[in-house]
Design a protein around this ligand. Structure first.
Ligand SMILES: Cc1cc2nc3c(=O)[nH]c(=O)nc-3n(C[C@H](O)[C@H](O)[C@H](O)COP(=O)(O)OP(=O)(O)OC[C@H]3O[C@@H](n4cnc5c(N)ncnc54)[C@H](O)[C@@H]3O)c2cc1C
Ligand code: SF4
Length: 448
């Protein structure tokens, strides 16, 4: 630890977002960066705790005290080596990880001013690319071949680890480019796609082969491989089958988000194919992160208004939820950059039916509800409160999560990773899953 007392005098400082009036007109990343001096000062606040809860909280087991110390001392290269030893792609988590480590930081318990690990990660990695610390490896081949199905964060990490261990790796991807939800889900204002392209250049130079537009039937895997990693994510979004579902103007969140990212990548769509919020009153059904990404995208497309409704109660506001104490992830109200850009948010709202005219959506009938404890235990019971009301909307975006895929019984040389194994989760968890799958493949093939 470089400065044992820095946390007493230096406060947490976040780089913050670009001003709303500036960022709302483009899809550039909203988050700013600190200068190197401030960044190193932030790193100096890490206390190198005897029991570092950040290791425990990070699904990758990242070691913030080690790389924060190197960063504080100005050894950016060492900081990157330490970070990259547990995190294959810190440029992704540095931008979009909810930073479970920061919630478990001892400085969060005492002062609610945890270290800025996520931003430190992004800064270290940007510096590493600028200074050419990111080296191209040429691993010695061991003669065995592995196929990875799906190129989201789980598939990319599995491919990277196996490739570096000497396997010849081919990635089969359904889409026209790599990244999974990093590329065709998460908006560019959270993650610029050039960041994925830059990493793809490294992976290709190191020998991984990518085959795009390959929709693989996982029950009939391609021949010629010693083992397989299935990292196909959670392709099926949860639907809302209430009356009026067939009206024009109701979309799944990813219909809009994926298309917008493709438009920004230069793809052209026919007018009638466009899922665009320009001039519309938008209702987002689902109060989570996907819904929030829809809000930010709708604003940038020029919507007239945007409302987000959630069936569950409003989470507690404030740094601590007594039901879920430190160092666990606190279930508290999250206000994202997209919410800051303007949005009506409502909780405890159930959707009853879609309303339309001439086949087109005009609104959604909803009703306020309350949750009562279930006398038989289990999930609380929903009870209506008051009268139904109509929220005016000519566009609805369904952002209610994804169904957990049911995987078939696979042969012993097939391993499932990421959201395909766990159900919808986080990038950092998918990456940890990809790393675990790579370990399992290696153990299986080494034993053979
Ligand atoms: C809108 C949105 C925003 C999100 N924001 C965040 C965030 O800010 N932070 C965060 O941590 N997490 C976020 N998540 C969650 C995160 O993106 C996922 O948990 C993560 O991408 C899962 O990684 P994965 O590799 O398991 O699957 P995916 O990223 O879904 O990748 C699966 C890949 O497999 C491919 N595939 C599927 N079937 C086949 C097939 N049969 N043949 C070939 N290829 C196939 C798909 O095309 C895709 O490329 C967000 C999710 C969404 C939907
Ligand atoms: S990946 Fe996420 S949880 Fe892990 S150290 Fe980085 S910001 Fe923290």
């Amino acid at each position: 630890m470089g400065d044992p007392k820095a946390f007493l005098t230096i406060h947490r400082k976040e780089a913050g977002y670009r001003p709303v009036h500036d960022r709302i007109h483009d899809f550039g990343e909203v988050e700013q960066t600190l200068n190197s001096n401030d960044r190193r000062q932030q790193a100096s606040r890490c206390m190198d705790c005897g029991v570092p809860f950040c290791h425990w909280a990070c699904p990758l087991g990242n070691k913030p005290p080690e790389w924060n110390d190197a960063l504080y001392k100005g050894d950016w290269e060492l900081a990157y080596r330490l970070l990259n030893s547990t995190n294959d792609f810190p440029e992704f988590t540095g931008r979009i990880c909810p930073a479970l480590c920061e919630k478990a930081c001892v400085l969060n318990l005492m002062e609610h001013e945890p270290t800025t690990n996520r931003e430190d990660e992004a800064a270290i990695t940007e510096h590493a690319f600028e200074e050419n610390y990111v080296r191209i490896h040429h691993p010695e081949r061991n003669g065995m071949k592995v196929a990875v199905i799906g190129s989201g964060p789980a598939g990319l990490v599995a491919a990277n680890r196996l490739n570096l261990s000497g396997y010849t790796v081919t990635v089969f991807e359904k889409n026209e480019d790599a990244g999974g939800l990093l590329r065709y889900g998460i908006p560019n204002f959270k993650l610029n796609k050039a960041v994925i392209d830059r990493r793809m250049d490294v992976l290709r130079a190191e020998g991984i082969e990518f085959k795009f537009n390959q929709n693989i039937n996982v029950e009939k895997l391609p021949d010629g491989f010693d083992a397989y990693v299935i990292a196909t994510g959670t392709p099926q979004a949860r639907d809302l089958n209430i009356p009026g579902r067939d009206l024009k103007g109701i979309y799944f969140a990813l219909d809009m988000l994926a298309q917008q990212n493709r438009v920004l990548a230069g793809m052209e769509f026919k007018r009638e194919e466009l899922v665009n919020a320009k001039g519309k009153d938008v209702l987002v059904i689902g109060g989570g992160d996907t819904g929030s990404d829809c809000i930010g995208t709708a604003h940038r497309q020029g919507c007239r208004s945007v409302t987000q409704i959630e069936i569950m109660p409003k989470p507690p506001v404030g740094p601590e939820d007594p039901q879920n104490p430190w160092p666990n992830w606190p279930r508290t109200l999250k206000t994202t950059s997209s919410h800051e850009e303007g949005c009506t948010r409502r909780w405890n709202i159930n959707s009853l039916k879609f309303i339309g005219k001439d086949g087109k959506l005009t609104g959604v009938e909803v009703q306020e509800i309350t949750w009562k404890p279930n006398p038989e235990g289990g999930r609380p019971l929903m009870e209506p409160v008051g009268k139904p009301e109509v929220i005016k909307a000519d566009m609805v975006l369904l952002a209610m999560g994804f169904l957990k895929p049911q995987q078939p019984k696979f042969a012993p040389n097939v391993f499932v990773a990421g959201d395909a194994a766990s159900g919808a989760s986080l990038v950092v968890r998918a990456m940890a899953g990809g790393r675990d799958a790579a370990r399992q493949v290696d153990a299986f093939l080494s034993a053979k």
